[in-house]
Design a protein around this ligand. Structure first.
Ligand code: F6R
Length: 264
């Protein structure tokens, strides 16, 4: 895992967008794996700015989202479909038919999950998967204890996840109890993975991901098994990692800058 240490949310978002738009330009028919949530909002804003200013085109890009809440209509203001439309898709020249988000209102989730796996494999797999992380270490909605060999499936959300996400709803009762998510094995099949981590609330879990061994009780530690993972984390998120360790990250930032910033 490469770790790129940045000052704050803004710098994290700019670097993440630089890596994604580099991917889009290098391979205009890329398959992007996308996430929702507070962490990625700034990245999407930067991508929209880049699309407007530099005309980066999404005409032939395909996207697959990580997850969707169960039991809410896609036009509900808190659905991840709605989130993606509002925060990215309606602002770029992407073909709506090329965007894929699990269906939160399916009648047969077993079948729906298999169909989603099929969609991803028919597209030839994900080129670059964007991830955030939960305070409990979840990636996608793969909560602690999810087997590393899991494919797309339905999950019951942990109380800490519902509490963390209630800021987007009127009350905790409105936060769905279940979601459908790409599995850990699905995420791990992506060619490249970009994990974004920002803010004090993520400091404890990021310290564990960096320093602890690989364990199903901290789902994000599985990323250590992947050959091409970049973590972009800000000062607050890295505040519990010791200075000596942080110095090891300097080389990763130099390499990132050379690859994605100077070459753009
Ligand atoms: C969202 C997702 C989640 C979030 C994570 C962090 O599609 O899969 O894993 O990335 O819960 O959420 P925020 O960014 O709101 O802290």
């Amino acid at each position: 895992m490469k770790v790129v240490a940045v000052r704050n949310f803004e710098e994290m978002s700019q670097l993440a967008a630089a890596m994604i738009s580099h991917q889009v330009k290098e391979k205009p028919n890329s398959v992007l794996g996308l996430a929702t949530g507070g962490t990625v909002v700034g990245t999407y804003k930067e991508l929209i700015k880049d699309h407007e200013q530099n005309k980066t085109s999404y005409e032939n890009i395909h996207t697959v989202n990580l997850d969707e809440y169960l039991g809410i209509d896609r036009n509900h203001p808190n659905s991840y479909y709605h989130f993606m439309m509002e925060n990215l898709f309606s602002h770029i020249n992407i073909n709506q038919e090329n965007t894929h988000i699990p269906n939160g209102l399916a009648t047969n989730y077993e079948e729906e999950s298999q169909k989603y796996e099929q969609v991803i494999s028919d597209l030839g797999g994900v080129d670059l998967q964007l991830l955030g992380i939960g305070v409990n270490g979840h990636i996608g909605f793969n909560e602690p204890g999810t087997p590393f060999d899991s494919a797309t499936h339905v999950v019951e959300l942990e109380e800490s996840t519902r509490q963390a996400n209630k800021r987007f709803f009127n009350s905790i009762e409105e936060v769905p109890t279940h979601a459908v998510t790409m599995g850990i094995a699905t995420i791990m099949k992506s060619n490249k993975i970009l994990l974004l981590v920002s803010g004090k609330t993520k400091a404890e879990i990021l310290e564990k991901v960096i320093n602890e061994g690989i364990t199903e009780t901290i789902p994000a530690t599985v990323l250590k098994n992947h050959p091409d993972v970049t973590i972009i984390a800000d000062e607050e998120a890295l505040s519990l990692v010791d200075d000596e360790k942080k110095r090891e990250f300097d080389r990763d930032k130099e390499e990132f800058t050379r690859t994605y910033l100077l070459s753009n």
